[in-house]
Design a binder for this molecule. Structure first.
Ligand code: GCW
Length: 720
C-alpha cells in the first residue's frame, strides 16, 4: 500500500513535470498553443497550407523560423516552407518583389514608411493566398507577428485587409541596468546582460528578448542605466555591446547607450568635461567614431545630466542645450541621435519641484540640434500612480519631445502588485494640452503631428530582469506588451490591449478573457485609491520607495512626503494655483483655468493642485476627510474583487501561473490594507476626525507603521 502510494506520487510528479516547465511564463505572449476551437482550427488549416518567405536576409531567416515554430504550434502540424506561390500560401515578400507586380501593393503601402506593413487576402497566379508585404524588411517582420496574432487571438482570416504603420519612429526600452547586473528600480531579478561573459558567451535569452520586442514593434534598447558608468564606453565593453547589437539587428532593434557626461575625465583622462572645450568635443567625436566602427547602426546616447547628482554641462556653467548639442555633433555624421532627459530638479532651488523642468527647458526651445530629442517623463514629479501631464508637452514646439513612461513599478507596488499600466499611459496620452487650440493631445505632441516633427519617440523604463517569467509578476508582462503597443499605435484603447494580451498569454476562453480583462482594467484605479487617492502623491517609503511613508520628513525636502501632501490641522494638499506655487501658470490657459477652479478641477487631481480643509465638501457630498477614507477603502475592495475574478479561473488556466498570481494577489491585498491603514492613521493625526462608521479602522498605532523598516527592499543597490 505504502509502495503504491509512493509510486502513484511519482507518476503524478512526472506527469506534471513537463507542464511545470512549460508554464513558467517564459514564453510571454508568444505561446503559440494549438487553437482550441476545433472549427476555427479547421478553418485556419484550410486557409494556410504553406508559407513562402521570399528573400534571404537575416531578418527573413527570423521570419521563416517564427512562422515555422508558430504555425506548427497553433495549427498542430508542420506546414511546408515553399519557394513558389501555391493555393493557400502565406506569402511574405517586399512590395518590390516582381511576384507582386500585378497587385499594386506599393499603393497600399504609400504611407506605411520603412516599418509599416500590409496583410491582405488576394489571388495570385490564379491561387488564393494571404500576402504580408512591406516597403522594407522590418515591416515584413512586424507584419508576420501581426498575422500570427490574428490566429493567436482567433480572428477571422478568411478575408484579411490590414494596413498598419507605427505612429512613432523610436519605440525604445530604457534599461536602468548597472554593469554589476543590479537593476535600479528593477524587481524581476538581476539584469539580463551578463557583461562578464560577453562577448564570448551569448546567452540564448538575448534572442528571446529580441524576438519578444520585435513581436510588439520595439525597435531600440538602451542597455545601461541613466545613472551611468563611463566604463561602458571603454573598448572592451564596447565590444560586448557590439556583440549584442549583432544579435539584435535581425530583429530590427538598435542598441543605444547612456553617456556619462563626465566620461572624458573618467574614461579619457581629460581635466574637464566642459562641452565648449575643444578637446572634450574631440574626445566625444573620437568616441563616437570608435563606437560606429564596431556598431555601424548604433542608435545614439541617452543622457541624464545635472539631475540627482549626475554630472552635466551646468557643472561648467553651460546649458542643457550646449551639453546635448556637443554629443549630437559627435554622433550626427553617423546618423545617431541624443535623447536628453528633462528630469531635472534641484533642492537648492526654492521652486516647487513640479515646476523646475519646465523653467529649465522651456527657454531652450529651438536651441537644440535637429538630432536631439528631449525626453520628458509623463508627469512633472516622478512616475507617481497618477500625475497630471508634464507641462513641457506642448510648451516646446520647436523641439521633438519624447515620452518617457515607467514600465517598472517603482511607485506602484513593485513586481507583486497587479497594475495594468496602459490605463495610466492612455490617460496621459489622451489629455488635451490645448497647446495651440483644442485637440492638441499629449499623444499628438509626441507623434509630431502638431508641430511637424519627423523625429518622434516613446521610451519605457523596462520591468525586465532575469526572473524566468521576465517581469516578476506574470501580469507585469502585460505592461511591457502594452507599452510597446501604444508606442506603435497610441490610438489603441487599454481594453483592446488587454483583450489581445489575455488571449495570447492565457486563453481565448470567454470565461477567462472576461474576468482577466476586468482585473486588468480596474487595477490602475485600484492602486491609485489604495496608495494616493484624490491627487495625493509621493508619500511612499524613503529611498527604496516600498510601502507607505506619509510621515517622511527628514533629508532633502523634495525627497520627503510632507513636502508634497502638506497635511496640517487645517487641511491637506499642495496649492499649485495662483495663490500657491503657481505651477498652473506652466499650462495652457484652458487647462490652467480648469485646474485652478476648485469646482472644475477633476477630483482625481484635487490635492495635486489644491490645499483644502478636511471638512471641504467633495462632489459625493462627503467631507474631504471622509472621501479620503472611502477612497482608500475602495482601493482595497477593488483588489478583493480582483482576487475573486482570479479565483474564478482556477482550473481554466495552468496551475503554476494560477498559484503564483494568486499568491501575489494576496500580497497585494495585504499591502493595500497596509497602505490604507498607515496613511489614514497618519492623516488622522492631523484631521482629528473619526474614520466613518462602517469602514475598517487601522488595527495598529501610527508608531507601529512608522517603525516598520525594510533595509533590503529591492530595486536599489544593496547597501550591506
Ligand atoms: O524616480 C527616480 C528614481 C531613480 C531614477 C530617477 C530617474 C535612475 O527613484 O532611481 O534614477 O528617477 O529617472 O533618473
Amino acid at each position: 500500500m505504502r509502495r503504491l502510494n509512493i509510486y502513484s506520487l511519482l507518476v503524478l510528479f512526472c506527469a506534471v513535470l513537463p507542464s511545470l516547465h512549460a508554464e513558467e511564463g517564459y514564453k510571454l505572449w508568444l505561446r503559440y498553443d494549438q487553437v482550441g476551437d476545433a472549427q476555427k482550427l479547421k478553418a485556419y488549416s484550410q486557409i494556410i497550407k504553406s508559407y513562402f518567405v521570399e528573400g534571404n536576409s537575416p531578418t527573413h531567416g527570423v521570419i521563416s523560423h517564427e512562422l515555422n515554430v508558430a504555425l506548427q504550434g497553433l495549427l498542430g502540424k508542420t506546414l511546408p516552407a515553399s519557394q513558389s506561390v501555391q493555393a493557400g500560401s502565406l506569402l511574405v515578400t517586399l512590395a518590390s518583389s516582381p511576384l507582386l507586380s500585378p497587385l499594386n501593393v506599393g499603393e497600399k503601402l504609400k504611407s506605411a514608411g520603412d516599418e509599416g506593413f500590409v496583410i491582405f487576402t488576394s489571388t495570385l497566379q490564379g491561387k488564393k493566398v494571404i500576402i504580408i508585404s512591406a516597403n522594407k524588411t522590418p515591416g515584413l517582420l512586424y507584419g508576420t507577428f501581426h498575422f500570427l496574432k490574428l490566429i493567436q487571438t482567433q480572428q477571422d482570416i478568411s478575408n484579411v485587409s490590414i494596413t498598419s504603420a507605427p505612429k512613432l519612429k523610436i519605440r525604445i526600452l530604457n534599461h536602468w541596468d548597472n554593469l554589476d547586473r543590479t537593476v535600479e528600480r528593477g524587481f524581476a531579478g538581476f539584469s539580463l546582460w551578463d557583461w562578464h561573459k560577453l562577448p564570448d558567451y551569448l546567452d540564448p535569452r538575448y534572442i528571446d528578448y529580441a524576438r519578444a520586442n520585435a513581436s510588439v514593434g520595439i525597435n531600440g534598447t538602451v542597455l545601461t542605466n541613466v545613472n551611468a558608468n563611463a566604463l561602458i564606453l571603454r573598448e572592451d565593453y564596447l565590444k560586448k555591446v557590439a556583440a549584442m547589437a549583432d544579435l539584435f539587428r535581425p530583429y530590427g532593434i538598435k542598441v543605444y547607450l547612456t553617456a556619462r557626461f563626465s566620461a572624458p575625465i573618467e574614461a579619457g583622462g581629460l581635466k574637464t568635461a566642459d562641452p565648449l572645450d575643444t578637446e572634450v568635443q574631440q574626445w566625444w567625436k573620437n568616441k563616437a567614431a570608435e563606437i560606429y566602427k564596431l556598431i555601424p547602426d548604433f542608435g545614439g546616447f541617452l543622457v541624464k545630466a545635472n539631475s540627482e547628482g549626475q554630472p552635466g554641462p551646468q557643472n561648467y556653467g553651460r546649458s542643457h542645450a550646449e551639453g546635448a548639442n556637443m554629443l549630437a555633433d559627435a554622433v550626427k555624421p553617423f546618423g545617431g541621435i541624443v535623447m536628453w532627459r528633462a528630469f531635472v530638479y534641484d533642492n537648492n532651488v526654492p521652486e516647487d519641484r513640479a515646476k523646475q523642468a519646465y523653467s529649465e527647458f522651456k527657454p531652450l526651445d529651438g536651441t537644440f540640434r535637429d538630432n536631439v530629442m528631449v525626453q520628458v517623463k509623463n508627469g512633472p514629479i516622478d512616475f507617481q500612480p497618477r500625475e497630471p501631464f508634464h507641462p513641457l508637452f506642448g510648451a516646446m514646439p520647436k523641439t521633438p519631445l519624447m515620452m518617457e513612461f515607467q514600465i517598472t513599478q517603482e511607485y506602484l507596488g513593485f513586481a507583486t502588485h497587479l497594475v495594468f499600466l496602459p490605463s495610466l499611459f492612455k490617460e496621459v496620452l489622451d489629455t488635451d494640452t490645448y497647446a495651440k487650440d483644442k485637440n492638441c493631445t499629449v499623444a499628438k505632441i509626441v507623434d509630431g503631428s502638431i508641430d511637424n516633427h519627423a523625429l518622434t519617440g516613446m521610451a519605457g523604463v523596462a520591468n525586465i530582469g532575469n526572473d524566468r517569467n521576465w517581469t516578476g509578476h506574470h501580469f507585469g508582462q502585460a505592461n511591457w506588451y502594452g507599452f510597446a503597443r501604444l508606442a506603435w499605435d497610441h490610438s489603441l484603447t487599454p481594453e483592446q490591449i488587454a483583450d489581445e494580451w489575455v488571449r495570447m498569454t492565457f486563453s481565448n476562453n470567454a470565461d477567462v478573457v472576461a474576468p482577466l480583462k476586468n482585473m486588468l482594467l480596474t487595477s490602475h484605479e485600484a492602486v491609485v485609491n489604495y496608495m494616493t487617492p484624490l491627487g495625493l502623491h509621493h508619500i511612499m517609503g524613503y529611498n527604496h520607495h516600498y510601502g507607505p511613508g506619509p510621515w517622511i520628513n527628514k533629508g532633502r525636502p523634495d525627497w520627503t512626503s510632507v513636502y508634497y501632501h502638506k497635511a496640517d490641522s487645517a487641511g491637506i494638499g499642495f496649492n499649485r494655483t495662483s495663490t500657491g506655487s503657481k505651477a498652473l501658470d506652466q499650462y495652457a490657459d484652458p487647462v490652467k483655468k480648469q485646474m485652478e477652479s476648485i469646482t472644475t478641477c477633476p477630483e482625481k487631481y484635487l490635492l495635486w493642485f489644491h490645499h483644502l480643509p478636511w471638512t471641504y465638501k467633495t462632489k459625493s457630498g462627503r467631507i474631504l476627510w471622509d472621501e479620503i477614507c472611502y477612497s482608500y477603502n475602495e482601493g482595497v475592495d477593488a483588489v478583493r474583487v480582483m482576487q475573486k475574478n482570479w479565483n474564478s479561473v482556477e482550473g481554466k488556466v495552468d496551475a503554476e501561473r494560477f498559484k503564483m498570481v494568486k499568491d501575489f494577489l494576496a500580497i497585494q491585498e495585504k499591502e493595500a490594507v497596509w497602505w490604507r491603514d498607515a496613511c489614514l492613521s497618519y492623516f488622522q493625526s492631523y484631521s482629528k476626525l473619526p474614520i466613518p462608521s462602517g469602514l475598517d479602522k487601522p488595527p495598529y498605532s501610527l508608531e507601529y507603521y512608522q517603525k516598520l523598516s525594510f533595509p533590503y527592499a529591492p530595486g536599489i543597490r544593496p547597501q550591506w
